[in-house]
Design a protein around this ligand. Sequence first.
Ligand SMILES: [Zn+2]
Ligand SMILES: [Zn+2]
Length: 235
Amino acid sequence: MTQPVPRYISRSSDELHRLIQSQPDRCPICSFVAIAIRRHIDSLFYEMVNDIPTREAIRKSAGFCKPHSLLVAEQADALGTSLIYGDVLKNELTALDDGQFDRPPNTVGAVARILDGSMPGRAACPACREERGQSEIAIDALLEGMRHDEFAAAFGLSAGLCLPHFRVAFLRARDPAAWRRVLEVERAALARLTGELQALARKYDYHNAEVEMGDESDSWRRALFLAAGWPEGNG
Ligand SMILES: [Zn+2]
Ligand SMILES: [Zn+2]
């Protein structure tokens, strides 16, 4: 059961506060972004399949990156995906037909412009771009929330930020007092997890089946995701 959220902060800070309370064991920015990206892919496929600029953006990036393709495979519909990827593959086929791949750059007689590095590259995955924008919104909301005691207290009980989001927060922080609060939470979270990892290693070291594992048994997993960011549906 989550506590009522104080009514003084923005909607994003509100949402973040709820996420911190309901999933204190994972980075709240990762949770916020995961929800936003699911929403984004939903609207992309159910409302914007016929939206020309969107299809153009996906064509330019030659589809989604691997992690976002997995999400699309889980979430999107057959018709929307076939329309969008029809464009992507047709575009690739045109490049092949135009001879852009006839001579590999390291073979004799290779086309100079390919050697120049002027081959049309891929634009960034549109969902990755959306993800970056959403994490900035969420991080600004966190920094805003940290100016308020109740929000800061809830965040203080959490597992802190993943390292990638911690670094983005560092770059975006403007209020030194709010940043100090984030820093304290992160320092405590890192120290706690480091202690758990050491306890885990010690217990393995004993080679003793009698030693019972405590909360530290999955600390290796939490360390992995704290360092990389939390994948969706974990924690
Ligand atoms: Zn994160
Ligand atoms: Zn992506």
